[in-house]
Design a protein. Structure first.
Lengths: 265, 350
């Protein structure tokens, strides 16, 4: 720690809690409390019930959860594949090419996601590339939005990777493809899983682009939450939000376990 | 497979900056050649040109009779060990050693035997199931050598292989490398180092490099006893380098005539006289000069005297003295005529 005196430490902790609790923790706790309530007119919610959860884990809501999970998993795997591929290619290109590719992949982050959603909608609404009305337009938009993050974290890891490993492998007679599969990708695995986790979390929470694109039979959970709160069903919405949060955290936890196992030295 | 290495006027440049300037050098089959030089001398670049990790701007690199200049590294059939070992951290020792064999699609039944053989040779058989992170630096170095030897290369490239080890381990590994080479006499070894002790101990011949150029090649004895340049003289062992003028039957140094073999140098020309400090004796003798002691260091078995002779510093390593001279005391030192080497001035670029 940078602060050494006892008083200084207490002060830092105090500032931390004053800032952290109201900004980050309390709103989440409020959602959690609301998800168990039927009425919230005074300072605290009242009318404890688990009914919202019963509703949130069946029928349409359960459908929305699986939709979100399938979308996020597919989008993050696609993003990981495309981002890693691009990062590897950019690394081989040299400085100028790398800069151009980096800039291109950063575009979807720089552009507001509503704009990305609109762009995808306009681009894929006419034959021969007619994806509008199918689940694929949602998955595609999510992939476009999260690939930037996959590309960025993987290319940072590639730069950090000591070229001596690949060179040692090449000197032992391994072709570039063999080196890629047996040496470079295994050594990048921790970063790849981290990137996958990040993409998954971002995709699970995506709303603004999804709103413009989702077909009736492919409603992700955030859309469901928005619809519930929009019609005034705050407590139902809260339960759905807690379900979304839990599902995301559980998947991230599993991914981080894989990552720990894949970290060497 | 026995094959040497030949550099045929190999130049390497990084963006207009020449890091290796038309190197001509032949490593005979089965020979240990040390590339010795300070950092930035181009020695590592030369090794990487053989491995295929840098592309020469001009010139050819040959391994055996094969021109490998345009071949990718994986087609060159070399074994390489680098300073930081570069063992694959996600593989056990045995898988590290088997890597090259698997990559080259050696028959499965054969791999096991060759991995065991390579580990046996480096004394690492007991560690086959360990991961690299569970090994000490010296053990990792042995595994790296085993991994390079498992593919039975004709040429072994060693890039400062001992510089990450501490002094004690280093001398042990030096003996180990010498033993390995006796067991594999057909393997040519190119050994890059900045450590003259490693080069003198291990190499059949030493190529001295400085400023992207080859300065001198020869056996360790030749380079030590009869260096051709001031750089070689000072980099391979210690040396007194004294500015002298060639005289009728020797040289003149600070007004004193010294008898040395001038090798037909022009009379009156300026030159550099090289004398090893341990060949300088205290007392009167054939070639004697008088000076004052400016510094004296006790080094256990020897005393190192720094003597100021006519404004030039002369170093003398003499057996430990019972009564060493004090600072500023006047002493007479000498050396045998056959122990001095005359270097023509202008050979050097120091």
């Amino acid at each position: 720690m940078l602060v050494h005196s006892r008083k200084g430490k207490w002060a830092t902790w105090a500032v931390f809690f004053v800032l952290f609790l109201p900004l980050f923790a309390l709103p989440l706790l409020v959602v959690l409390a609301a998800s168990f309530a039927t009425n919230w007119s005074s300072a605290f919610p009242s009318g404890f019930t688990t009914g919202h959860y019963t509703a949130a884990t069946r029928g349409e809501s359960l459908q929305a959860l699986t939709t979100s999970l399938v979308t996020a998993v597919t989008a993050s795997l696609l993003a990981l594949l495309v981002g890693t591929w691009a990062a590897l290619a950019a690394h081989a290109l040299g400085k100028r090419g790398r800069r151009v590719l980096d800039a291109l992949f950063m575009l979807p982050v720089a552009v507001p996601s509503v704009v990305v959603g609109l762009a995808v909608l306009v681009a894929f609404s006419k034959p021969p590339m007619l994806l509008n009305g199918t689940r694929w337009i949602v998955i595609l938009a999510h992939t476009v939005l999260v690939t930037a993050f996959a590309h960025q974290s993987v290319s940072a890891a590639i730069v950090r990777l000591d070229p001596a490993y690949a060179q040692a492998a090449a000197s032992l007679g391994a072709r570039p493809s063999y080196v890629l599969w047996r040496v470079r990708l295994p050594l990048l695995l921790p970063s790849l899983t981290a990137a996958a986790g990040l993409c998954f979390a971002l995709s699970m929470g995506e709303l603004s682009a999804t709103m413009m694109l989702y077909p009736p039979d492919w409603t992700p959970l955030p859309v469901q939450i928005y619809a519930a709160t929009d019609r005034g069903a705050l407590f139902t919405g809260s339960a759905l939000a807690v379900v979304l949060m839990t599902a995301t955290v559980v998947v991230l936890f599993v991914v981080s376990r894989i990552r720990t196992k894949a970290t060497y030295r | 497979m026995s094959s040497g290495i030949r550099f045929d006027r190999v130049s390497v440049a990084y963006g207009g900056n020449t890091v290796l300037d038309s190197l001509d050098l032949t490593v005979e089959p089965g020979e240990v050649m040390a590339l010795l030089g300070p950092s930035g001398s181009g020695k590592t670049t030369a090794l990487r040109a053989v491995a295929g990790f840098v592309r020469p701007a001009s010139g050819r690199v040959l391994i055996g009779d094969r021109d490998v200049t345009d071949l990718p590294p994986y087609r060159r059939g070399i074994g390489m060990v680098v300073q930081q070992y570069a063992l694959f951290p996600h593989m056990r020792v045995e898988d590290n050693v088997a890597f090259g064999l698997k990559a080259q699609k050696v028959a499965k039944g054969e791999i096991r035997g060759r991995v065991a053989e390579a580990l046996e040779m480096t004394g690492m058989a007991a560690y086959a199931r360990r991961y690299p992170r569970e090994l000490s630096g010296g053990q990792q170095q042995r595994v790296a050598i085993a991994r390079a030897l498992a593919i039975r290369p004709g040429v072994l490239l060693l890039d400062e292989p001992l510089s990450a080890l501490d002094a004690q381990l280093r001398s042990g590994m030096l003996a180990e490398l010498a033993r390995l080479h006796r067991e594999l006499p057909e393997v040519s070894i190119l050994y890059v180092t900045h450590d003259q002790v490693e080069a003198l101990t291990l190499a059949d011949r030493i190529a001295v490099m400085d400023k992207a150029r080859l300065q001198d090649v020869g056996t360790p004895q030749e380079l030590y006893r009869a260096p051709r340049t001031e750089f070689t003289a000072s980099f391979v062992g210690n040396a007194n380098l004294l500015p002298v003028t060639v005289a009728a039957d020797g040289v003149s140094f600070g007004g004193v005539e010294l008898k040395v073999d001038t090798g037909g140098a022009t009379r009156g020309a300026s030159a550099t006289l090289c004398v090893r400090p341990h060949l300088v004796g205290l007392g009167a003798g054939p070639n004697q000069v008088v000076g004052t002691v400016s510094e004296i260091q006790w080094r256990g078995a020897t005393h190192r005297l720094y003597i100021d002779v006519d404004g030039h510093r002369v170093m003398a390593d003499v057996r430990e003295l019972r009564e060493p001279p004090g600072h500023g005391e006047s002493v007479t030192v000498y050396f045998a005529p056959e122990d001095a080497v005359l270097l023509a001035a202008g050979v050097t670029d120091g």
